[in-house]
Design a protein around this ligand. Structure first.
Ligand SMILES: [Zn+2]
Length: 210
């Protein structure tokens, strides 16, 4: 986990926004390799082991075929995320992890968090082993998030909150487009949406039961 990403990390638990801080750490070349991230409010601790942040939740291991890595598919994925010369922080999933190298060639100033991976991904600024319902990220910190695996309603809500206005969300076509997201495109497999800039989103959500 890249040390400079720390100020974008937040405790995923339900309380006021609180940064996660490293309590112990072994770092190498500005990456936390071994250590613990802790929350000063709820005292939750998350372990960083062999360079990957360990969180709750299981995930499938993707079945990959050669066509997955076609140039066409790579360009399609980059376009869905809206990668450009401005750079920014993006979240990719278990299949998307394999595209980070190509994405960095197209958008060298971008950074990528790999979710639900089995171990540290060299080209990612953070690798998360597990599939938490809540992403440990500050509100508005992501320019895009693309999911390949099942997304719980909570994880979807958390991803929407982590997106900056105009940020892209890409998921399986079968999933409902959540509040706060405007649909941009949909095909047989996936939809792409964009985060609407609406500062009252949290209040609206709290007012709606369920
Ligand atoms: Zn906490």
């Amino acid at each position: 986990m890249f040390v400079e990403l720390l100020d974008k990390l937040r405790c995923p638990h339900l309380h006021d926004d609180n940064p996660l801080v490293t309590t112990t750490a072994v770092t190498h070349a500005r990456y936390v390799i071994e250590g613990t991230l802790g929350c000063s409010i709820c005292l939750a601790e998350f372990r960083v082991h062999q360079g990957a942040l360990e969180m709750a939740g299981g995930f499938p291991v993707p079945t990959l075929v050669p066509e997955t890595f076609s140039e066409e598919n790579t360009i399609r994925r980059a376009a869905q995320l809206g990668l450009d010369e401005r750079g920014g922080l993006y979240l990719v999933d278990g299949v998307g992890q394999y595209f980070i190298k190509s994405f960095l060639e197209m958008s060298p100033d971008s950074q990528f968090i790999a979710l639900s991976v089995t171990g540290r991904i060299d080209d990612a600024v953070m690798s998360i082993r597990g599939r938490p319902d809540v992403l440990p990220l500050a509100k508005g910190s992501l320019r895009g998030a693309a999911f390949d695996f099942e997304v719980s309603a909570e994880l979807m809500r958390s991803a929407v909150q982590a997106l900056a206005p105009g940020g892209r969300l890409v998921t399986d076509a079968g999933l409902k487009v959540p509040d706060g997201i405007e649909l941009l495109a949909r095909d047989r497999d996936q939809w792409v949406g964009e985060r609407i800039a609406t500062p009252v989103l949290n209040e609206l959500r709290r007012a709606t039961p369920g």
